[in-house]
Design a protein around this ligand. Sequence first.
Ligand code: NAD
Length: 256
Amino acid sequence: MEGKVALVTGAAGGIGAAIAGELCRRGVSVAAVDCDEDRLAHTVEKLTADGLRAEAFSVDLVGRTQVDSAVAEVEDRLGPLDFLVNCAGVLRTGDVTDLTDQDWDATFAVNATGVFLMSRAVVSRMVPRRRGAIVTVASNAAGTARTQMAAYAASKAAATVFTKCLGLEVARYGIRCNVVAPGSTDTPMLVGMGVDGEAERASIIDGIPEHYKAGIPLRKLALPSDVADAFVFLLSDHASHITLHSLTVDGGATLG
Ligand code: NAD
């Protein structure tokens, strides 16, 4: 991966920062994209302090006008993109009767439309070069019914199918498009769901009827690095014949 260039969205978040770090440590120049400027600056400072190549790009994926110009600026500053990681995401939970229009729209704006906008902007630059790899984060919720997750799970299912359709269109150019579907991962997003203490963590690992029926057979929440390893694998030449695939990283929670 030495010398490659990657754009990682959600790079200020738990999983995105771990992916950015893993790529940087393999010699990749990383454009770290997020709308949370403070956390993004902190993430990039930590990477560059270690002598790694990363630059911060403050972008709100919901602002349709920002995405194309941000990708152009990334390529001007870091060079042609080899990799795209779609990792930005938001989570709004609630029974369908409690979800507002705004919850639904905000969820789809980032988790589905954001993936479309960023992928379109990047892949149109990859096609003439006939190389590239894209990995989108979804969720194990995309394929498993759960209470209170309807908007989130539907948006992740949309991102999954979108990424596979894109992969089919660009396979002829040697561009691979895959998905990573994590289960419960120890990041600020989980804390935002109220999973903050040992008791809440244990209830996810043990399984709560109707929420996480099976619990987590491997008996732990994923670390961001567990999920990042799957991204690095799918971007790398070790996955050179893998495309249109969704790789679940959930400790067995969805029972295969
Ligand atoms: P996180 O909240 O730590 O990170 C998400 C990042 O996305 C944040 O830095 C946030 O600022 C950024 N973001 C949100 N809206 C944005 C926008 N409009 N423009 C640009 N950036 C935006 O959460 P995380 O756990 O690291 O999640 C990363 C991804 O993994 C998300 O897509 C999430 O849905 C998915 N995921 C997380 C879990 C989990 O248990 N943590 C499980 C499955 C999937």
